[in-house]
Design a protein around this ligand. Sequence first.
Ligand code: SAM
Length: 285
Amino acid sequence: MADLGIPRNTIEILQKYKFTTQKKYGQNFLIDTNVLDKIIRAADVTAEDCVLEIGPGIGTMTQYLAERARKVTAVEIDRNLIPILEETLAAYENVTLIHQDILKMDVKRYVEEWGEGRPVKVVANLPYYITTPIIMGLFEEHVPLKSITVMVQKEVATRMHAGPGTKDYGALSLAVQYYSKPEIVANVPPNCFLPRPQVGSAVVRLTGYEIPPVQAADEKKMFGLIRAAFNQRRKTLANSLGNAAGLSIGKEDVERALEQMGVGTAIRGEALTLEQYARLSDLLP
Ligand code: SAM
């Protein structure tokens, strides 16, 4: 099968099917074999692995994955890509193609059955308009995962990796760091895609924790606090949580908890570590 990582092979298949890429689906196809190799290496795909790919496009990375993994499931939303994928993946018996919106799929149930009870690896060049809901969905639904290795917008990779007190630190940083160890594996310029995206990209690997690095008695409650804190990040934590619709916590409760933690009542949400959010969650009613 022709390597679609080589630009002329991608162009040829797009022309054959008269396919035009759609912005609304975040379609930027990878046309760089070095970047594809880097992603596969970072994901450390072996013959033991079951790999879930989100958004296979014309099947470029799917081919790389299928050659190394035990089996691959690729979930694609765009019906016009399905006939193309049927051709480009015809040689691989270990690939299952699903025509679906990943955000509407019961990924947990699918992975539990298909992965035969073992955690799977997610590898994808994600559609940028829904990166955060895809990643948060995988984590919050507790899909059994070994790792997530994905291409994302560079700025999102920075946010995943950011620590307290920086401008990029927010609810996404805390959620990603609660569930996984994030690493930025590579920076990828726009000319590695067709068409070129307006932004720089980066490959991140999120290695799932078996046990989270901090313990909160009620994980949902902690993330409710984190979201409320960063919804109004210019305010003090006592004000943003005390005001938040949907949280029935008083400003005084927050101030009391912060005093118990020894951090001062004027602190802002962006200064608290993940460990401190877990503590705060346990201290609040
Ligand atoms: N993997 C291919 C590559 O690297 O060349 C394509 C990556 S492209 C950035 C994103 C892909 O995700 C597109 O094929 C797009 O149609 C698909 N996609 C967009 N939204 C989706 C959704 N909600 N569910 C599943 N696939 C989606």
